[in-house]
Design a protein around this ligand. Structure first.
Ligand code: NAI
Length: 336
């Protein structure tokens, strides 16, 4: 049994926060050998709801849960923190312009980035779930110049899971037989879910699909829009946004990052680019990644065909636009 890790969950009283903390306490975040202390960060008006969640966590009598504290102050909530699940964000309200959304969220993520810089543990790492997730992660990192940039990541694992599940359904395979799916770019409608390196039971996915009469037109016209638009589909059918699936993805993201990805495949994470695949350095973009020894490395040297390149460039352009917008608004911190 290792030392307890402090896990800070922002937006802890929100839907995804509520769905995440119980599984984290049950060991689904850092595995069965690491006890955790939960720091629940909420807005003052939702503090009481978070305190209620803390009572319920107590009622879970989780052997791995060594304590729960509730905060409405970011500095206190990130003090000594090793893992940040940055879920709380300002949702887009009706009629809200994109610049307003970026500005409202930059306010939140700059405060949290500074709090991390001030007091988080040496091994701190964060996944940003709150949208616009990639740019929020970029903003937080810019305000935490003493923390390695690569510790600020954003969630595209839900998109990755959606792509794996759609491929399994289309090919009649089991999820466990799918490897090599990748999500590139922004966690937005512009994302590129890529099947060109995917395999189904060891065979190229595109070949297996073609045998079933599903060609590139299916990939382009059905698969990609289905994955990229799945959030809207869930809202339409369920009457509410994705919650438990998002919580599951966030837990899987951190767990694989800390404990490692399976030996024979990769996953997708939005990480600061090292310049790979023409993505400008520092932009938080989704890539196929392999995690070892607590580090997420972008899978190198994949051949991208022209279609893939065009799709990736389109999404990266959107990320650059978001970065320029926050730059123009003067919302970035000392690290560039
Ligand atoms: P929610 O509205 O139920 O919960 C958000 C919570 O965050 C609220 O309780 C709110 O009080 C809190 N909050 C807001 N600002 C805060 C701050 N500065 N500090 C601490 N807490 C704060 O929303 P839900 O459904 O839990 O979704 C959370 C976010 O996750 C949204 O931005 C949503 O768009 C995003 N999302 C991202 C996905 C991804 O794959 N990256 C998938 C699904 C949702």
């Amino acid at each position: 049994r290792s030392r307890p890790a402090t896990v800070t969950v922002t937006g802890a009283a929100g839907q995804i926060g509520y769905a995440t903390v119980f599984r984290a306490a049950a060991g689904d975040l850092l595995g069965p050998d690491t006890p955790i202390r939960l720091h629940l960060l909420e807005l003052p008006q939702a503090r009481r709801a978070a305190e209620g969640t803390a009572l319920e966590l107590q009622d879970g009598a989780f052997p791995l849960l060594e304590g729960v504290e509730v905060f409405d102050d970011a500095d206190a909530a990130f003090d000594g923190s090793s893992v940040g699940l940055l879920i709380g964000a300002r949702p887009r309200s009706q009629g809200m312009e994109r610049a307003d959304l970026l500005q409202a969220n930059a306010g939140i993520f700059s405060v949290q980035g500074r709090a991390v810089n001030r007091g988080a543990a040496e091994d701190f790492r964060a996944v940003v779930v709150g949208n616009p997730a990639n740019t929020n992660a970029y903003i937080a990192a810019s305000h935490a110049p003493d923390v390695p940039r690569e510790r600020f990541t954003a969630l595209t694992r839900l998109d990755h899971h959606r792509a794996v599940a759609q491929l399994a359904e289309a090919t009649g395979a089991r999820v466990a037989e799918i490897r090599g799916v990748a999500i590139w770019g922004n966690h937005s409608a512009s994302q590129y879910p890529d099947l060109t390196h995917a395999t189904v039971a060891g065979r190229p996915a595109l070949e297996v699909l073609a045998e079933r009469g599903l060609g590139l037109d299916w990939v382009d016209g059905t698969f990609i829009p289905r994955v990229a638009g799945r959030g809207a589909e869930i809202i339409d059918v369920r009457g509410g946004s994705s919650v438990a699936s998002a919580a599951h993805a966030a837990l899987s993201h951190v767990r694989d990052w800390v404990l490692g990805t399976p030996a024979d495949t990769w996953t997708s994470m939005a990480v600061p680019s090292d310049g790979s695949y023409g993505v400008p350095e520092g932009l938080v973009s989704s890539f196929p990644v392999v995690c070892r020894d607590g580090r997420a490395g972008i899978v190198p040297d994949l051949a991208l065909d022209e279609f893939s390149r065009t799709r990736l460039e389109r999404s990266v352009r959107e990320l650059e636009e978001e970065r320029e917008a926050v730059q123009r608004l003067g919302l970035l911190g000392p690290r560039r």
